[in-house]
Design a protein. Structure first.
Length: 268
């Protein structure tokens, strides 16, 4: 049983929803990331989503774009990200880790080499924003060999037919992007999320995660009432950015937010 599958099964048995925080690897400095990952787990994170720094993160708003820039100032590469995962695994063999990024760095490394290295490091899932399932067969094949789930995205504009195609290809969980636009956008429409998540469930039995627009305990709890996973990105990365000049403050600030979300989600 994969770590992701085991995590969602355990949460389901406990009648809980997964809390999935996102941070960009190497932001604001490579020395911060692994300790922050451990602290987020202690604060209630169920799954960790680790961003691969990229020079042209087209789906991201200003907050995560700037996080990529901060990491890239330290030349944080895909190889460095895998080293961070491997270091995390020396102390935590249970918490699932999903990498999120763009196809270019993975393609440059080579699909087989990447999948082997990611599997060896302890990666459990992969999200590539710009890789549709029609173009992902070669990579998905290599990931399966290494027991890594390929997690595809669905959007508010996805048709029922498109949902069916995506759900047939997805593993680990399906990631529903709850807003049109980029990360960090506001105005989460909870009623619309409920409608879309129910529609997605008509096509798959695997967990459905929801991200984009979740920025506080209240919005996390609202989404937790309908989804299997609540993905939080820009709200966390904002706290990293606000304390970039004093890294010791990053974990307490991030974990305060996560703990409040976890508490609110568990009370729904």
């Amino acid at each position: 049983m994969s770590r992701l599958h085991a995590c969602f099964e355990a949460l389901k048995a406990a009648n809980k929803t997964a809390l999935v925080p996102f941070v960009t690897a190497g932001d604001p400095h490579p020395s911060v990331t692994v300790n922050l990952m451990h602290d987020m787990v202690k604060a209630g994170a169920s799954v960790l989503e680790l961003g691969i720094p990229f020079s042209d993160p087209m789906a991201e708003g200003p907050v995560i774009q700037l996080a990529c820039e901060r990491a890239l100032k330290h030349n944080v590469s895909l190889t460095d990200v895998l080293v961070m995962v491997k270091e995390f695994r020396t102390q935590d063999m249970d918490t699932p880790i999903v990498l999120m990024g763009y196809t270019n760095p993975v393609e440059v490394m080579g699909y087989e080499k990447f999948a082997n290295a990611a599997g060896e490091a302890g990666v459990d899932g992969l999200i590539l924003v710009d890789l549709p399932p029609e173009e992902g067969a070669e990579l998905v094949s290599e990931l399966k060999v290494n027991k890594i789930d390929m997690i595809f995205l669905l959007a508010p504009t996805s048709t029922d037919e498109r949902m069916k195609i995506i759900c047939e290809q997805a593993s680990g969980f399906v990631y529903y992007v709850s807003l049109k636009g980029v990360t960090g956008a506001a105005n989460l429409d909870v009623d619309s999320v409920v409608e879309k998540v129910n529609q997605i469930r008509g096509h798959t039995s695997i967990p459905v995660g929801v991200g984009f627009g979740i920025r506080d305990a209240q919005s996390a709890a609202q989404v937790a009432a309908v989804a299997d996973a609540v993905v939080v990105g820009s709200a966390i990365v904002n706290r990293v950015a606000e304390n970039a000049d004093d890294p010791k403050r990053i974990s307490p600030q991030v974990c305060e937010l996560l703990a409040s979300m976890r508490q609110a989600m568990d009370q729904t």
